[in-house]
Design a protein around this ligand. Sequence first.
Ligand code: C2E
Ligand code: MG
Ligand code: MG
Ligand code: MG
Length: 279
Amino acid sequence: LAKERSKNNYQFFTNELHQAIAKKLKIEGDLRRALDQNQFVLYYQPKVDMVSSKIVGMEALIRWNHPELGLVPPMEFIPIAEETGLIIPIGEWVMRTACRQLKEWHEAGYNQMSIAVNISLRQFIQNDLHEVIKRILEETDLLSEFLELEITESIAHDAKQTIRILNRIKSLGVKISIDDFGIGYSSLSYLSQFPIDRLKIDQSFVRHLNPRNQAIIKTIIDMAHNMDIAVIAEGVETEEHVEFLKQQKCKEVQGYYYSKPLSEIDAYKFISDYESEYK
Ligand code: C2E
Ligand code: MG
Ligand code: MG
Ligand code: MG
């Protein structure tokens, strides 16, 4: 019986594995056409300043509307896009679309908001990233200070190269934030060397507000304040999270408590409702 069962488990496992591999291959194949076929969309998640009760900006988050698989979350295709190099054209599309969108919101009168886009490692080390950014800012006629790049600690693997790239990007006037801060292989020394504007405290710390995570959050906030770096907490879902972060003098937050990532239309509704509510 035991033998029988382990055989079944084995079969079950191989079937699952088989399906997962098949899905990955399908995603890989279809990803090449997705851009041409307009299957990507951006969703926008508000960043809220709890002190002024204003929306300080939006983070653009990509979604893939796959004709057969439905909505594919970024975690299922961004890594594949990285492996295949497709992240370069996809990332450029994200940046252009996000900047265009922000320009529209600015023209509608919400002209203090910024837009953040996520940049993966492969994009970051591509040779002409700063040229791409420059071109998109010109095309969309957006002031560079309103564009923020979210990079993770993974970019810090080669400090010299990272500093060179960061300085080139910074010279354009765009802002840099470290996403998922606290869970990567970072050392504090890069914080003293890298021209960074903002730390985004990783959502795992906020999600489980146990005493140790509370201490970590407090420490990150204090450190950021002392270094004159802005700080934002992500993954804020509950009243308890909000209260704790307010106590710790964390000004900016992002998370389901305020809003999930929204479609372009819903994002605009959110902005206009929110502003009128607090005006
Ligand atoms: P991220 O940049 O750290 O984005 C935060 C993720 O957490 C998003 O998932 C967001 O929907 C989710 N989130 C926000 N607030 C909450 C909350 O209160 N609770 C919970 N449970 N989740 C929350 P999403 O959209 O699935 O994106 C996942 C990751 O995929 C992003 O993590 C980012 O690393 C990557 N990604 C998304 N869009 C892009 C893109 O355009 N380019 C690149 N290179 N990466 C992207
Ligand atoms: Mg992000
Ligand atoms: Mg994050
Ligand atoms: Mg992330």
